[in-house]
Design a protein around this ligand. Structure first.
Ligand code: SF4
Length: 327
């Protein structure tokens, strides 16, 4: 189906497609393209998800991809989601609304006429039911400039359909949790590789969510640099200090890279072993003796000797360098 053979609409219009790189967003982009609409893909970066899947998928489809870092705005939503969390710390309705809002703000700059997503009615019971889809359209401000091509025929008509930018009868009526039709379409359209649904968002991971909940309770004003720490190593809180221990060489090295001015980086003086990063809150505070003592205890237990150390057994790890380490 092309504009030439199907008269599918298009009229030189451009859609900005919210693009995770998962199968649904790939199908939405490809369907619009087959309807004669030009497509720019827009993907987002925060500490909780990145752009690598989207980059791979956009490359496979030959799509222009724009990457937007929305860390600060996403943290605001995460700390106080209007529509609550999913099973873990994933505020999906608010997150979708934020992404649609950012897309709306960038329509002019990216010379796009409307926004599209790969959402499928009923695919996720909480965040993709009829009411949630309406909330996202309304709360984002996108309103009827927001088209869901995969389920459009089951949803109220949107402006791109009304104006003839896309023909409604060329759009789809997918619904429900079965992904059979999506997989058939992928095969028909030659889309061979795609990520699993929601793959890659740490906020849907139970273990990560537990760490995040604790950080939010202890440090309500945490920022993106604090969230980055949650992805690395073993964690322990003592007082108002977070201790993160590297579990292997690459993590020790990464902790050195993540250290901010004011953080303390420690390791055992005479043996190779883990590196500990100590971050005291509020920022700018220094870890006290008791907290450094706890770091020594943990470094010993998880080090070669498997028994607690004392603060005098530790040395500071120089910044911009990392210790020789065999763990
Ligand atoms: S799974 Fe993660 S990225 Fe996707 S909508 Fe939910 S919070 Fe946002």
């Amino acid at each position: 189906m092309t504009p030439a053979d199907g008269g599918a609409g298009g009229m030189g219009r451009r859609a900005l497609v919210l693009f995770s790189g998962g199968l649904d967003s790939m199908l939405a982009a490809e369907l619009l393209r087959r309807c004669g609409v030009e497509v720019t893909a827009l993907t987002f970066v925060t500490p909780f998800f990145g752009s690598s899947n989207a980059e791979r998928a956009a490359g496979a489809l030959g799509l222009e991809l724009v990457v937007a870092d929305i860390t600060e705005r996403h943290l605001e939503v995460l700390k106080n989601p209007r529509y609550g969390y999913g099973k873990n710390m994933n505020p999906c309705i608010d997150c979708h609304a934020l992404m649609a809002r950012v897309a709306l703000e960038r329509l002019g700059e990216l010379r796009a006429d409307f926004i599209a997503t790969g959402e499928v009615l009923g695919e996720r019971p909480k965040s993709q039911n009829r009411q949630a889809l309406e909330l996202v359209a309304r709360h984002s401000g996108a309103g009827d400039l927001l088209l869901r091509p995969l389920s459009a025929r089951l949803l109220p008509e949107t402006r791109p359909e009304r104006e003839g930018w896309v023909r409604r009868d060329k759009l789809l009526d997918l619904s429900g949790r079965s992904r059979r039709r999506q997989m058939e379409l992928a095969e028909e359209w030659g889309i061979g590789e795609y990520e699993s649904p929601a793959g890659g968002c740490l906020l849907t991971d139970a273990g990560f969510s537990a760490r995040l909940r604790e950080l939010m309770l202890r440090v309500p004003g945490f920022d993106g640099a604090d969230a980055e720490l949650l992805k690395v190593g073993r964690h322990a809180w003592t007082g108002s200090t977070l201790i993160v221990l590297g579990r292997r060489h690459a993590e020790n090295q990464h902790l050195v890279e993540l250290a901010l001015p004011g953080d303390m980086l420690l390791k055992e003086r005479d043996n190779p072993g883990p590196t500990a990063l100590l971050r005291a809150f509020p920022r700018g505070a220094s870890p006290n003796r008791r907290e450094i003592g706890e770091a020594a205890r943990l470094l010993g237990i998880y080090g070669k000797q498997k028994k607690p150390l004392k603060p005098q057994d530790l040395v500071e790890v120089p910044r911009g360098d990392w210790p020789h380490c065999t763990t």
